[in-house]
Design a binder for this molecule. Sequence first.
Ligand SMILES: Cc1cc2nc3c(=O)[nH]c(=O)nc-3n(C[C@H](O)[C@H](O)[C@H](O)COP(=O)(O)OP(=O)(O)OC[C@H]3O[C@@H](n4cnc5c(N)ncnc54)[C@H](O)[C@@H]3O)c2cc1C
Length: 512
Amino acid sequence: MRRYLFGRDTAIQETLCYDVVIIGSGIAGLYAALNLDSRLSCAVLTKEGVDISNSWLAQGGIAAAVSKDDRPQFHYEDTLLAGAGLCDEKAVRILVDEGPEDISALLDMHVPFDLNEDGDLQIGREGGHRQNRIVHAHGDATGRETVKTLAAIAACRENITFLQNSFLIDILTDNGRAVGAVVYQDGCKIIMAGSIILCTGGIGQIYGHSTNPSVATGDGLAAAFRAGAELRNMEFIQFHPTGLYCKTPESRSFLISEALRGEGAILKNNRGERFMVGLHPMNELAPRDIVARCIMREMAKTGQDHVFLDITSESSEHLSSRFPTIFGECLKRGIDISKDLIPVCPVQHYMMGGIATNLNGMSGIPGLYACGEAACTGVHGANRLASNSMLECLVFGRRAARNISEQAAGAKRTSIPALPRPEEPAGDLQLDASGLKQRIREIMSRDGWVIRNKTGLTSGLDEMSEIKQALESSVLDSKGRMEALNMATISVEILKAALKREKSVGAHCRED
Ligand SMILES: Cc1cc2nc3c(=O)[nH]c(=O)nc-3n(C[C@H](O)[C@H](O)[C@H](O)COP(=O)(O)OP(=O)(O)OC[C@H]3O[C@@H](n4cnc5c(N)ncnc54)[C@H](O)[C@@H]3O)c2cc1C
């Protein structure tokens, strides 16, 4: 495997030094930055702007046992059940026990969570939860409101510097320790740091249909993998059952949140028949993997490429105030959800696997941490319980930041280790990045989708390995080409893991 993507002759324009470098400005990255000891200097990098991330798009809310009737123990049980026996129980215990404190911390930071008339948190319900435990902001704009609040606070902290439009290329290691990052921002820069936290989010762009934005190309996972970190549980990809169906494929699928089913929306086929009853005791509120597979089977049975969600039982007034984002987006597309059925189909949504970390977010490489969707703490097991992901960003982002602060690991590097001499291809082959990205999406949507089998996974893996090899031996002189190699790297690891796991469990379904 090619260790570094930057070239032997790459001109390094600048070298910067911080105690901590955080790659990613979603909820994991921002919350980690805010929980660092303020004496540590910290750079927060983001590939584009703070408004382009999975966090920004998150609709439904954050799960935590904060209602009078709920207990962390109930949340623990629901999380383990969704994870199909593969959760790390210690990590789940930490998630559910510490989560309510992080919700309080967000309230103290003035995240505008929706409150009821008595001034208490409004608490909704989503699939797989046996209690109401989802806190939300501006109805269905929880992620955006949380990111806006955290980013505004971080911008006022003297120890935090934002570096937007900065693309992480590689993690630098020296004697087995992570010591810095190679970044592209108007030229190549090296950022030396005592600790690096990867909060680079999801991988959705490797699929043809995903709710994830354009930045979700798995760069952090691929860079960590090249540096020697372990990737864990890569076969476990969550497909959301209800992406808004669109005849012409879009670069990002619009999500119809599970919270709509929590409010009573039901699934129907093209003949107007409800089909979830009898398939699972929780009907439409069964865990996502089950609903996604039931929809795929219903689509195959009826020969359609979508089914419908029906929330016409609710009034226009209620729906537009409870789900302003979904109501407005559907209306823009000519669908009045209080009167019309919503066409939906499964779409890639979330990565349960990622960079293997311990309970403090540390990867196996000293100095390298990972939090949020890029990490695999083990809390999700084989399937994530709805709205547990933003909670994981908070709980483990904070724990990583506190661990770094306690260790004062900010042993700032003032000198650069002997720069690696990247192995480069002898030739000057320049490949078509957008064509290859498209091919990667086609292969993953065919062979690594909701229902998998050995034949598809084997041929997908062969083809993907060829693409990866071709990219590795080509000139990687643009962000697009580097992203394409990162996508191929992650896809190979997903297909390998999916092939190895022969039995269906959680979100991983083998029809053979
Ligand atoms: C439509 C949608 C709805 C969702 N709804 C919910 C919900 O209701 N509840 C819930 O709990 N979860 C929800 N999720 C999942 C949840 O939003 C994410 O798992 C979580 O927000 C991930 O946060 P993060 O900080 O780990 O990553 P992200 O928020 O994705 O942030 C990743 C950051 O990394 C940066 N980055 C990536 N690559 C590079 C690079 N090479 N160089 C520099 N920077 C880079 C990006 O620019 C971005 O700033 C939803 C997800 C989507 C897509």
